[in-house]
Design a protein around this ligand. Structure first.
Ligand code: DAK
Length: 255
């Protein structure tokens, strides 16, 4: 299978499993990825981790062999499929963490950018090299990259097609951390930093922050007022505040 879905503790783990093609996103892999995301959404996993099989690549992008000799209509359907899968990942009810364990180019970086967090191994390299193929990104890259690194850096990456190393990606805010030990163990430790909090309240927090990027400030503040009031009405908020008063650890029930 080009997609392997497994469970690690209370987390789901998806591995892109086409190491012979550096985990490139064939259309069949994209369809399997969409199905795996549906399975994760319906499960009780508290977070999703995504990584690539092998030690060379997270994902080398769209499968270039499939991009040639296709009709315009087929290409448009392909772009819509890719965007829909990235959107499904972006809107998953739980947070997702990309473990960038090598190259993340083109659609591979777009996949990582659709995740809530990105962690990179020290030798990881990321970029949107589509321009070198006479293309531009088609799975959300032109929209998500500037939101993460700003317009100037996004234009530089998209228009030169140059790749950046993990250290630069960290400086630019494209990745949250560089993993200096076993990537999966380190990523699990990172995920445990937030996953014990109330799941519905984590969802409100993600929604509120995400809306900040496409909403004028006065409207964003209204959204924050609504979502923070909703959080306040949860049983977990009662528990969290009671635990503080009683000087004990909170026991959230995701309610
Ligand atoms: N697609 C298919 N096969 C790939 C691949 C890819 N993206 N990347 C690597 N491979 C395959 C290679 O062909 C090779 O296979 P064999 O020749 O052994 O059969 C194998 O993986 C190992 O690769 P290399 O031999 O090249 O390994 P190296 O270590 O020498 O180089 C590399 C690694 C990552 C630097 C190099 O493989 C590379 O430059 N790969 C291509 C990176 C890239 O350009 N990615 C795609 C960006 S475009 C759309 C519009 C646009 C898009 C999508 C849809 N629609 C309108 C539908 C654009 C999407 C993109 O992602």
């Amino acid at each position: 299978m080009a997609i392997e879905l497994s469970r690690h503790e209370e987390f789901a783990l998806i591995r892109l499993n086409r190491p012979q093609a550096l985990n490139a996103l064939s259309f069949s892999l994209l369809r399997d990825l969409g199905a795996a995301l549906d399975e994760v959404a319906a499960s009780d996993a508290r977070a999703l981790l995504i990584t690539g099989t092998g030690d060379k690549a997270f994902c080398a992008g769209a499968d270039i062999k499939e991009l040639t000799e296709r009709s315009l209509v087929a290409q448009k359907r392909g772009a819509e499929l890719g965007q829909a899968v990235m959107a499904r990942l972006d809107r998953l009810p739980i947070a997702s963490v990309a473990i960038i364990n090598g190259y993340a180019f083109g659609g591979g970086l777009e996949l990582a950018m659709a995740c809530t967090f990105r962690l990179a191994t020290p030798r990881a390299k990321v970029g949107l090299p589509e321009i070198k193929l006479g293309l531009i990104p088609g799975y959300g890259g032109t929209q998500r990259l500037p939101r993460l690194v700003g317009e100037a850096r996004a234009l530089e990456m998209v228009m030169t097609g140059k790749t950046v190393d993990a250290q630069t990606a960290l400086q630019w805010g494209l990745v949250n951390r560089i993993l200096d030990g076993d990537p999966l163990e380190q990523a699990l430790a990172f995920t445990r930093e937030f996953s014990h909090h109330s799941l519905p309240v984590l969802g409100f927090a993600r929604d509120a922050v995400r809306r900040a990027l496409d909403t004028p400030l006065h409207e964003g503040l209204k959204i924050e007022a609504d979502l923070s009031t909703l959080a306040y009405r949860t049983e977990d908020a009662n528990e969290g505040m009671a635990a503080f008063m009683e000087k004990r650890a909170a026991r959230f029930g995701d309610r």
